[in-house]
Write a protein that binds this ligand. Structure first.
Ligand code: COA
Ligand code: MG
Length: 292
């Protein structure tokens, strides 16, 4: 999965549009993009959409409200029976938050006659100051956990920041740290590192640069907030023919060299980490082909 498109679940029009956006996954949002007065309508729309969705369409996820609100249990209750692919938990403080939601899901799955652990979990793990100190606590929190992402908007609000980007449009220190620690925390937990949103949805070039930087660092997917962002994200996170050819060349030169730890290709030193990277890229491309 490369692209996860947020869709405010109180908008039937956007839900319909999301389904044909080409996103690998949709995140039906019950949280920040839905006004308090619309939460109940959003829950009902989300459940109806889940029940009537094309099984060959995008994977359907739901973002619940945060654990410190009185809303989250009713969010889960309204969608579990329709068996979403995953629940996105916002504003997690540590792996304990994932364990808490997982425990509640187990009860709801039993009530709905679903097998335990049917519904996966992922989280926005950097939305409060305290959460930033706990990004290494997610490993082993629940077998449901499959991805971790980060967010710069709520963190800026939590910090009382005036902005989260500098004059050149680059994230300032706290948000770069959130991004990096999420990447490290996700890899340490053995789950997908999922890059955050790019909120300037008319700026395709800016999105592409940010997505490329994320892919370069090790993120394998990115969230979107507008359908126009989906093709850009899908393109960037699909290994290019050039990348694949290079990976094959790396593997081939090691095979030809026999039992060695280091080789040269086009004047560049390659050792075991480069071989691992090449194999991982080809494995990812194979896995993507298998689900298409
Ligand atoms: N999912 C599905 N459809 C969307 C969409 C989304 N996230 N964002 C826009 N669309 C639809 C619009 O409804 C519109 O449909 P139409 O052509 O049938 O009228 C079309 O795509 C073009 O939209 P556009 O006019 O360019 O944008 P907008 O002003 O309608 O919407 C936002 C802008 C930011 C309000 C909208 O993109 C949005 O709601 N994004 C998601 C916000 C969110 O979920 N935030 C929480 C996570 S950070
Ligand atoms: Mg938010």
């Amino acid at each position: 999965m490369r692209s996860f498109l947020f869709v405010p679940a109180d908008s039937e029009k956007k839900l319909a549009k999301g389904a044909s956006s080409g996103a690998d996954a949709l995140i039906l949002d019950l949280e920040d993009s839905v006004a308090l007065s619309n939460k109940e309508a959003a829950r009902k729309n989300a459940a109806d959409f889940l029940k009537s969705a094309d099984p060959h369409g995008p994977k359907l996820c739901v973002r619940m409200n945060a654990l410190d609100t009185p809303l989250w249990k009713d969010d889960l209750k309204s969608v579990v029976a329709a068996a979403p692919h995953a629940i996105l938990v916002p504003k997690t403080i540590s792996g304990a938050c994932i364990a808490k939601v997982a425990g509640h899901l187990t009860e709801l799955e039993a009530e709905a006659g679903l097998r335990s652990d049917t519904i996966k979990l992922f989280c926005v793990a950097t939305e409060t100051a305290a959460s930033m100190f706990n990004l290494n606590t997610y490993a082993g929190s629940s077998p449901r956990l499959f991805a971790m992402t980060w967010g710069a908007e709520d963190l800026a609000a939590a910090l009382g920041a005036r902005d989260n980007k500098d004059e050149s449009g680059n994230y300032t220190g706290p948000y770069q740290m959130a991004r990096t620690l999420t990447l490290l925390g996700a890899v340490a937990a053995g789950v997908i590192p999922l890059d955050s949103i790019y909120k300037d949805f008319r700026d395709e070039a800016g999105l592409e640069l940010e997505a490329r930087a994320a892919a370069r660092d090790g993120f394998t997917a990115k969230m979107a907030i507008h359908p126009a962002q989906v093709p850009v994200i899908n393109r960037v996170f699909t290994p290019s023919d050039e990348d694949l050819a290079h990976a094959r060349a790396v593997i081939e030169i090691f095979e030809k060299a026999g039992d060695v730890g280091v080789v040269a290709l086009d004047g560049v030193m390659l050792d075991i980490p480069h071989l691992k990277q090449a194999r991982a890229l080809l494995a990812r491309a194979e896995a993507a082909k298998a689900i298409q």
